[in-house]
Design a protein around this ligand. Structure first.
Ligand SMILES: *[C@@H]1O[C@H](CO)[C@@H](O)[C@H](O)[C@H]1NC(C)=O
Ligand SMILES: *[C@@H]1O[C@H](CO)[C@@H](O)[C@H](O)[C@H]1NC(C)=O
Ligand SMILES: *[C@@H]1O[C@H](CO)[C@@H](O)[C@H](O)[C@H]1NC(C)=O
Ligand SMILES: *[C@@H]1O[C@H](CO)[C@@H](O)[C@H](O)[C@H]1NC(C)=O
Ligand SMILES: *[C@@H]1O[C@H](CO)[C@@H](O)[C@H](O)[C@H]1NC(C)=O
Ligand SMILES: *[C@@H]1O[C@H](CO)[C@@H](O)[C@H](O)[C@H]1NC(C)=O
Ligand SMILES: *[C@@H]1O[C@H](CO)[C@@H](O)[C@H](O)[C@H]1NC(C)=O
Ligand SMILES: *[C@@H]1O[C@H](CO)[C@@H](O)[C@H](O)[C@H]1NC(C)=O
Ligand SMILES: *[C@@H]1O[C@H](CO)[C@@H](O)[C@H](O)[C@H]1NC(C)=O
Ligand SMILES: *[C@@H]1O[C@H](CO)[C@@H](O)[C@H](O)[C@H]1NC(C)=O
Length: 576
């Protein structure tokens, strides 16, 4: 959860303990039932999660249960299209593309105490003692942030709530907080299991410290170590994650495993606003030791922040994450708020492991998660020898969403010139809006994205052009090189996974008219094989719509609710 601008002062306050046995319900916020949504708008992504209405930011509490149901909670303002009034929204999915909106999972415990970011775990062994006769108990661990009547920020403490119905409804623990604090910038706990104990990482945001704590039972936490002032600092550290993942060789075989520490920075990213960096290293149960002095970024564009890894992915397997596809520099201004009543989407689900990138060394790969549940028709399957074009009118694809795969093989790098490029662009012939991307196979080998030709939104911080140097080949004279890319476009979000996911780029864009044509052009030496597949994607929301286009979500079960009625009429003080 980012700093809520204008509300945060340096105010430090002792004695922050609050007995959170009831919750404070704003009468404008529905309980027991999902918030209904209209997912038909021209800017509304069709294969990504976005909130039914209102404002979403960080993904929270992500876990997969024993039935393979993925749970996504998220920072949620159900009463407005800017940040504030933070609740935990909730959605579930069997495939990470089709999401069912569920009733809000966590409400503020008191007026002006908000539920900020955090995580959730399945306490299958009843380590917490909350679950006498079940193995699917869920414990959520999150920051409660207090604000005073004058809008200044009070303490941020770490708290827990438990769910006996698999993560649909929660009860606040009576002895909260579980990690007390007087700091107004201590937040975003992420918990994992390590051999025989729980491990929590949380950000002392303005001190550039990730605090590491351990616990046998999720209730009693012991300070273990600090990971202090690493990499880019920006102006705050937020949303740390610590996760173990396999290291794979070029053939995909697992050769090792390593821990990844991610830290989201906001504000002060190199490109402005929000970004996520990560460190590779080892973890021994109490201390994270980086492998090298290298700071790596998860994305080369501007719209992938606060990503979280799902708890419950079995040990030894690739990890899976979702990020918030936005940036605090403009997230509260983008046109979906005024035009369609919602703001922010998650990224597509990504699969992660570590591998060796040519010349660069170890990197975390971001691959697109199995798309088969939403793959529709193969619209194009074509190959060419070096020079070719594909022109596709996809105005008849109802979702407006496409998946594109390009493989380039037999590249003789000695024959490349400064003109050796392959571009993919999307346009609206009606309005002239255009989104461009492409790769230069020689020189500094940049992959670029340009959203500067998109006309529906502009802002001084809405940077147009992004690029990354993809060292795809060692450049030997005796071997032919290869390169590939995958991309998804979904109405107002474009994601590329360059060179097997060694680089990922995520951009949101807001066209004045829907984009409906794709143009792909390659100009490469004779003998180079270019292979292109393009699929339409099926809307993951349309099937949940009723006859007037509204998605209500799941109201059939889980009538029990954690909340008890608040007393006072509530008015949000947030004026972000
Ligand atoms: C849903 O949104 C679309 C596009 O903004 C609008 O045309 C339609 O009237 C809305 N439907 C309802 C039921 O409000
Ligand atoms: C899995 O599904 C079964 C049948 O619906 C249900 O009884 C059980 O509680 C579910 N398990 C979890 C972990 O949610
Ligand atoms: C649960 O208990 C098993 C058996 O003792 C142990 O191997 C495992 O690490 C424990 N896991 C958690 C999450 O408590
Ligand atoms: C779970 O923990 C509670 C509290 O320690 C205990 O009463 C209960 O017996 C435990 N249940 C199991 C199945 O271990
Ligand atoms: C860990 O960092 C926190 C926040 O800066 C600080 O208060 C605490 O004293 C540090 N602990 C140690 C042992 O350095
Ligand atoms: C973990 O690493 C730290 C720092 O290197 C060291 O002080 C500590 O003893 C190690 N703990 C274990 C259990 O190895
Ligand atoms: C690349 O092209 C050069 C110039 O035609 C040629 O000498 C060389 O053998 C080619 N390399 C490969 C690996 O085919
Ligand atoms: C790709 O785009 C770049 C930048 O606009 C342009 O210079 C280049 O000629 C394009 N390449 C092709 C094959 O169209
Ligand atoms: C690209 O290569 C991958 C891996 O060999 C293959 O699975 C995929 O079908 C290829 N796609 C195209 C468009 O050639
Ligand atoms: C609602 O939840 C129930 C129980 O989890 C499930 O069987 C049903 O398919 C869900 N409905 C929708 C629309 O997903």
């Amino acid at each position: 959860m980012a700093r809520l601008r204008g509300l945060v002062s340096g105010a430090l306050l002792a004695g922050s303990a609050v007995a959170q046995t009831s919750t404070f319900v704003n009468p404008a916020v529905p309980t027991h039932t999902p918030v209904p949504g209209n997912y038909t708008g021209a800017l509304r992504p069709q294969v990504h999660f976005s909130p039914p209405q209102g404002f979403m930011n960080d993904p929270n509490g992500m876990f997969v249960d024993a039935n393979g149901t993925w749970h996504l909670y998220y920072q949620y303002n159900p009463t407005g299209v800017v940040a504030g009034n933070q609740h935990w929204g909730h959605a579930t999915s069997d495939d990470l593309y089709h999401w069912v909106n569920q009733p809000i999972a966590l409400f503020p415990p008191e007026e002006r105490v908000y539920v900020f970011s955090g995580s959730a775990v399945v306490d299958a062994n009843n380590t917490s003692g909350f679950f006498p006769d079940q193995d699917n108990g869920v414990v959520a661990i999150f920051t409660l942030a207090r604000y005073y009547e004058d809008g200044s920020g009070g303490p941020q403490t770490q708290n827990i709530a438990y769910s006996r119905d698999g993560g649909y409804t929660f009860e606040y623990y009576s002895e909260n907080p579980v990690i007390d604090s007087t700091s107004s910038h201590f937040r975003d706990p992420k918990v994992v299991w390590y051999e025989d104990h729980w491990v929590l990482v949380a950000a002392y945001a303005q001190e550039f410290v990730v605090g590491i704590f351990t616990s046998p039972d999720l209730k009693d936490w012991t300070f273990a170590s600090n990971f202090t002032q690493h990499g880019l600092l920006g102006a705050q550290y937020e949303c740390p994650n610590l996760v173990k993942m396999p290291v794979r060789d070029a053939s995909g075989a697992v050769i090792d495993e390593k821990y990844v520490m991610t830290i989201s920075i906001q504000p002060g990213a190199p490109l402005g606003g929000s970004v996520t960096e990560y460190f590779l290293g080892d973890f021994n149960g109490t201390h994270f030791t980086p492998t090298d002095a290298v700071t790596r970024l998860t994305d080369f564009a501007k719209d992938n922040y606060a990503a979280q890894f799902f708890y419950g992915v079995p040990d030894g397997q690739n990890q899976i994450n979702l990020g918030w596809a936005s940036n605090w520099q403009y997230t509260q201004k983008v046109p979906t708020g005024n035009l369609e009543g919602w703001r922010s989407t998650t990224t597509a689900p990504r699969v992660n492991y570590i591998t060796e990138a040519p010349r660069i060394g170890l990197v975390m790969v971001d691959e697109i998660y199995d798309l088969s549940p939403i793959l529709d028709n193969k619209l194009k399957e074509t190959t060419c020898d070096g020079v070719g074009t594909v022109a596709l009118d996809y105005s008849s694809v109802e979702s407006g969403a496409l998946y594109i795969e390009v493989n380039v093989t037999n590249i003789n790098t000695t024959l490349l010139t400064e003109y050796s490029t392959l571009n993919i662009s999307f346009a609206s012939p009606a309005s002239g809006d255009i989104l461009q991307s492409g790769f230069y196979f020689s020189g500094d080998t940049p992959f670029f994205i340009n959203r500067g030709g998109i006309k529906g939104f502009d802002n001084i911080f809405f940077t147009d052009k992004f690029s990354v140097a993809d060292v795809y080949s060692s450049g030997s004279r005796d071997t032919l090189a290869s390169w590939s890319t995958k991309a998804i476009i979904d109405r107002s979000i474009f994601e590329v996974f360059v060179d097997r996911g060694i680089h990922a780029g995520t951009v949101v864009f807001y066209p004045s008219q829907p984009l409906t044509t794709l143009n792909l052009a390659s100009r490469l030496p004779e003998g180079t094989s270019v292979s292109v597949n393009i699929w339409s994607l099926k809307s993951a929301w349309a099937e949940y719509e009723n006859e007037d286009g509204t998605v209500v979500g799941n109201v059939t079960t889980h009538e029990k609710s954690a909340e008890k009625k608040g007393k006072a009429v509530y008015k949000s003080k947030f004026t972000v």
